[in-house]
Every structure is written in C-alpha cells, then in structure tokens.
Design a protein around this ligand. Structure first.
Ligand code: ADP
Ligand code: DP6
Ligand code: CO
Length: 331
C-alpha cells in the first residue's frame, strides 16, 4: 500500500521554492450522493463515487506565510491553535507532505465562515483551500485534477471542493488513487437553492473519519450501501440534466437517509441526529404534504440542509425563519 508522502512526492520539484505568502478560498460542498466508507484509509480512497453541490461563498479562506518565529503556527478563525491539537496537527501533517525535510516553518491562518466540525463540511473547504494555497505558496502550478486528488488525501470530501457547481467524485481504481478526484459537471441551475437549517453548531463527538470506519467495520447493513450509491448517482445525473427538483431532492433525501441507516446499524450505534433534527425533518415532510417541493439531506452532524427552487423559498422561510440560503449558481 502506498503512503500519501510517496504519492505527493512524485509531483514535487526536488527543492520547493516558496513565496513570502499566498492565499486561497475554497467553497464547502454538500453531497447529494454521499461518500461513506473507504477502500484505503491512508489515501482516503472511497468505496463509492459521490456527487455534490458546492456552496458558493460559504467555505474556507486560508493564508500561508513563512513563519517569522521559525516555529510552525496555526490560527483558526483568528485564534492560535496548540500545535499538539488535532486541528493543528492535521494541517501541519498535510504541509509536511510537501516540505519533506526542508526547513520551511509555516504560519497557517485559516478562517471558516461555516461552523467547524459540525457536519457542514469544514474538512472539505478546509483541505481544498489549504491545497490551493500550497499550490500558490510553493509555485507548484499543478493541474486541478492533481490538486483535487491531493485535497482528497487531507479529507475525502475536499476533492469536490476544488470546483464550483455540481461535482462528481469518481472513485477511481488505481492503487495510487490519482484517478480518484473531483470532476465539475457542466450543468448550471440558477434557480436551485440550498438552505442550511442549523440545529447545533458545536463540534460533533464522533468525527466523519471515525464514523465511517465504525460503519464499515460493524454495520451489516453497509453491504447494501455501494449499490444504492451507484444507482443514486445515475438518478442524480438525470435529475440535473432535466433540472427536475423533485427527482433531485427525492434521490438526495433517500441517499442521506440510507447512509444514516447504516450509521445507526453500527456498533456502538452512531446517531448524529438531535431531537431538534427530527423536528426539522418532520416539518420538511409536513411542507411536502402541503405541496411545497422541499427535500432534506444530512451529513455526519445534526444540521439539516434543504434543497428547493427559488419560487418555494418564501413558503419554506415561513417555517424555518433563520435558515441561511445559498444560491450555488448565482453569478
Ligand atoms: P465537518 O463535518 O466539518 O467536515 P469533519 O469531522 O469531517 O467535520 O472534519 C473536521 C476537521 O476538518 C477538523 O477537525 C479539522 O481537522 C479539519 N478542518 C476544518 N476546517 C479546517 C480548515 N479551515 N483548515 C484545515 N483543516 C480544517
Ligand atoms: C457524511 O470527507 O469529512 O459528509 O475523508 O475521513 O476526512 P474524511 O471524511 P469526510 O467525510 C464526509 C462524509 C459525509 C458525506 C460526504 O460529504 O460525501
Ligand atoms: Co468532513
């Protein structure tokens, strides 16, 4: 089995030439067909392909600079993080893949305008922004497919955050994983909206990484997941081509519920839902009974994301008044 360092090294010059500083932004993304389960835990290679929508201006801004003090330094939302915290350790370990044995102390100053580690895909925008910033900082000029595959090594879902709009992450089949990266779909859908209904924005107790590992290792129900995901990707491609919100929403909601069923069937059981999440679900189903085209999806966290078109926004906002609305294809 290959290590990340071996794979990344093939794309690097012998000696990195870094700029004084560099910065990048990457959007967060919400999967409509989820990535859940890895076939290679080291390289974050998935069991199934997935499909997402990027969240426009919601995501991560990351600035890199050579550290004046000669020590690595990591700031999240303006607050310095202890170097031995999991947050700083993961970000520095990612930079280690690039600097190798060169003495290049770094200051990573990153800002999330979505909650961190709450099931709103901060790992996706976080590692995508870090990868883009490293590409600038170290003058790598790598193609976007390679950057997407590198971001995937930081966090799987990050490979989709290199792109805007609808993105498919092809699972790939190569041992080094370099064919496992995001691909932007051509489609545009100006009336599509994603609503974020926040139930709890604190950090989750079980991160996505351990959650999916537990599911793969202990849930017998997981056996059926790869087939469901493969079917859902096909349906989503068609729904996107047809701009059919009901087909898109139904498929995404069914996919999310199926993923959560595999989590609940793990041992010990993994339930990311809070009572308030269930209340939101029931309100969404109530709206649908009244003829409103609104669908939900959820990731590894208690927060709910809604899918609908612009003409339904007022009816939905009447129920969820503090919902944040994103127009992924707004210019
Ligand atoms: P989420 O649902 O927010 O993606 P995860 O459990 O998948 O939650 O990942 C959270 C982890 O993502 C954090 O602990 C941290 O390691 C990483 N992360 C989040 N934001 C950033 C960022 N801006 N820069 C680097 N890493 C980040
Ligand atoms: C439920 O990409 O956060 O949000 O690869 O271990 O970093 P790691 O996990 P991560 O998992 C995301 C899981 C999900 C579904 C999805 O975004 O596709
Ligand atoms: Co994540």
């Amino acid at each position: 089995m290959l290590s990340k360092a071996e794979v990344v090294a093939r794309y690097l010059p012998e000696t990195l030439q870094v700029k004084p500083s560099a910065e990048a932004f990457a959007p967060s993304n919400i999967a409509l067909c989820k990535y859940w389960g890895k076939r290679d835990n080291a390289l974050n290679l998935p069991v199934n392909s997935s499909l997402s929508i990027s969240l426009g201006h919601l995501g991560t801004h990351t600035r890199l600079a050579l550290s004046d003090s000669g020590e690595d330094k990591v700031l999240l939302n303006g607050k310095e993080q202890a170097l031995d915290s999991p947050f700083a350790a993961k970000a520095i370990a990612f930079w280690d893949l690039f600097r190798r044995d060169q003495i290049l102390p770094i200051e990573i100053n990153t800002t999330n305008n979505i909650p961190t580690a709450a099931g709103l895909a901060s790992s996706a925008s976080g590692f995508a922004a870090l990868t883009k910033a490293i590409n600038e900082f170290a003058n790598l000029n790598l193609p976007i497919d390679v950057l997407s595959a590198f971001a995937r090594m930081g966090s799987g879902s990050a490979c989709r955050s290199l792109f805007d709009g609808f993105v498919e992450w092809e699972m790939g089949q190569l041992e080094d994983g370099m064919d496992s990266h995001g691909i932007a779909l051509e489609a545009s859908w100006p009336d599509l909206r994603v609503g974020l209904v926040k139930v709890e924005t604190g950090e989750k107790a079980v991160d996505s990484r351990s959650g999916m590992k537990r599911t793969v290792e202990t849930a017998h129900l997981y056996q059926s997941w790869p087939m469901q995901a493969a079917m859902d990707i096909q349906k989503l491609r068609q729904a996107i081509a047809d701009k059919d919100i009901d087909a898109l929403g139904m498929t995404a909601e069914h996919n999310a519920m199926s993923m959560h069923a595999t989590m609940i069937a793990s041992w010990p059981p993994l339930l990311y839902w809070q009572p308030a999440s269930v209340a939101v679900m029931q309100n969404v189903w109530g709206l649908r009974e009244q003829g409103v085209s609104v669908y939900l999806t959820m990731d590894a966290g208690p927060n709910i994301k809604l899918l609908f078109e612009a003409d339904q926004e007022a009816a939905i906002k009447a129920v969820f008044n503090d919902m944040e609305v994103v127009a992924p294809f707004a210019s």
